[in-house]
Design a protein around this ligand. Structure first.
Ligand code: UTP
Length: 295
């Protein structure tokens, strides 16, 4: 049994990069092929042994709650018309009763603020945080890999991946003290450093395992970059007490919070589907072939 039982999904952001689509649907309901982003995140959590799923939501995010509800009338109709495949597709959306909780963030004051709001539901135990924007295509779920590693290292753990020096300006970056295989022991993190000031090229992405001591730090935190309460600042403030490690997961991460990342993920996941792969490959090849000049 996993020692990490609860996961927090901060889904209260406004998703402005996907307007107008996100005017009336939550970003997390945008589908990669035929599954919404939130499904990938929940599947990854389940694979890691998570039993309690805590969503930090906001106004306009009702579709997320409905998505995990049973759809009795729809299921009955599919059953009557013998649509087995469609019924099976719904299987993934089924969650044990009582496994989901929702807490409301009334003002989008930042990721740190969103996580702080989950304190009562998390209680006094280490827990995971998953940002559904970061979709990871991996032979084994990234959170599952981290949970295993966390059993040996404890302390706060963040998912990390190597980026180029120029890309460090777009990420939180680990200040690495020592490395051991996939684990980097860190002195802390620097948020979006100028490349010439980046302490390493190990970027932090949206998977965390946090010790409950993070809540004390979040309670005392003032606004950070962009005037928001930053989770990174709270982790940094707790490094001396709890320690922080970066876990270099095996897998490929897509930034589905950006339009380009979302389109790339759509292509990658579609190419993974045997029923789509052949024709999609032909289509992409034809579309991307260099134009031949006609004399
Ligand atoms: P982003 O920085 O991607 O913000 O948040 P966003 O609002 O979702 O998207 P854009 O930039 O406007 O397009 C990173 C994660 O933190 C959550 C978001 O839902 C997303 O999962 N978040 C952010 C909150 O839950 N609350 C906040 O106040 C801020």
């Amino acid at each position: 049994m996993s020692h990490i039982r609860k996961a927090v999904f901060p889904v209260a952001g406004m998703g402005t990069r996907f307007l107008p689509a996100t005017k009336s649907i939550p970003k997390e309901m945008l589908p990669l092929v035929d599954r919404p982003l939130i499904q990938y995140a929940v599947d990854e959590a389940r694979e890691a042994g998570i039993e309690e799923f805590i969503f930090v939501t906001a106004a306009g995010k009702g579709a997320l709650e409905d998505y995990f509800d049973t759809a009795a009338a729809l299921e009955q109709r599919l059953e009557q018309s013998g649509k087995k495949d469609a019924l099976n597709a719904l299987e993934r959306t089924r969650m044990p009763e009582g496994a989901l909780s929702f807490v409301r963030q009334n003002n989008p004051l930042g990721l740190g603020h969103a996580v702080r709001l989950a304190q009562k539901l998390v209680g006094d135990e280490a827990f995971a945080v998953i940002l559904p924007d970061d979709v990871i295509r991996a032979p084994r779920g990234a959170l599952s890999q981290m949970v295993d590693a966390h059993a040996s290292y404890r302390g706060h753990m963040v998912a990390s991946m190597d980026v180029t020096l120029a890309q460090t300006a777009s990420y939180g970056v680990l200040d690495v003290e020592a490395e051991n295989g996939r684990i980097a022991h860190a002195r802390g993190m620097v948020e979006k450093p100028r490349p010439d000031l980046a302490p390493s090229t190990r970027a932090v992405i949206g998977r965390y395992i946090l010790e409950p001591s993070i809540f004390e730090q979040l309670a005392n935190l003032g606004p950070g970059a962009g005037g928001e309460l930053q989770l990174t600042d709270a982790i940094n403030a707790d490094v001396k007490k709890a320690g922080v490690t970066g876990y270099r997961f095996e897998g490929e991460r897509f930034d589905c919070g950006s339009i380009l990342g979302f389109v790339q993920a759509t292509a990658a996941f579609a190419l993974d589907r045997p029923e789509l792969e052949g024709e999609l490959r032909t289509f992409l090849r034809e579309r991307t072939a260099p134009l031949r000049m006609v004399a």
